[in-house]
Write a protein that binds this ligand. Sequence first.
Ligand code: HEM
Ligand code: HEM
Length: 137
Amino acid sequence: MSETGSLFGWLIAIGLFLTLLNYPVKVIYRTKIAPLPRESKMKTAYGHIQRFIVTYHRFFALFTTLMLTAHIIIQLVYRWLSWTGLAAAILMVVNGFLGGYGHFIKKKKRSAWFYIHRTVASLLIIAIVVHLVTNGR
Ligand code: HEM
Ligand code: HEM
């Protein structure tokens, strides 16, 4: 069963990767793509990719949360309650609510929520790395 448990763990990682792409995709746009001329094919193509990543951000996050739920159930039933995993899960759920708040209530307008959302995402990455290097202890 540990195989299936790890599978969901890795599906969380993939979902999270897609969720987090939001950030580097925008940084690359600002630094490398924005200066290109309007007619640039690269700029048009990149624009499509960026729109896809940004539009589906919340659905990537939702997918990640569903995989997290499966991972938690399997690990609780067949393994143990992982404290490092729990810390990561709490950070992820909190960030989901923060994102929802920014998206639906603040209508994506940047204010404190945005910087907290970003900071919690960084803490989440650290928590997951700890969870992985301690083998889910
Ligand atoms: C964002 C949250 C989480 C992520 C990304 C994540 C990811 C992973 C991954 C990829 C593994 C496999 C490691 C390996 O095969 O070496 C794993 C193992 C494990 N996870 Fe999580 N996990 C998360 C949250 C949790 C939570 C909340 C629990 C609490 C029940 C948990 C319990 C475990 C356990 C017990 C293992 C070890 C399984 C074993 O060695 O048989 N994880 N996790
Ligand atoms: C696992 C949960 C989540 C993580 C780890 C996460 C992480 C991030 C990151 C890293 C950024 C980029 C910040 C930047 O551009 O500097 C971001 C932006 C954003 N997130 Fe999330 N997010 C999560 C869930 C959500 C959810 C569920 C929603 C909405 C319902 C959401 C809405 C937003 C919005 C509106 C932005 C900024 C504007 C935009 O790119 O559209 N996030 N998030």
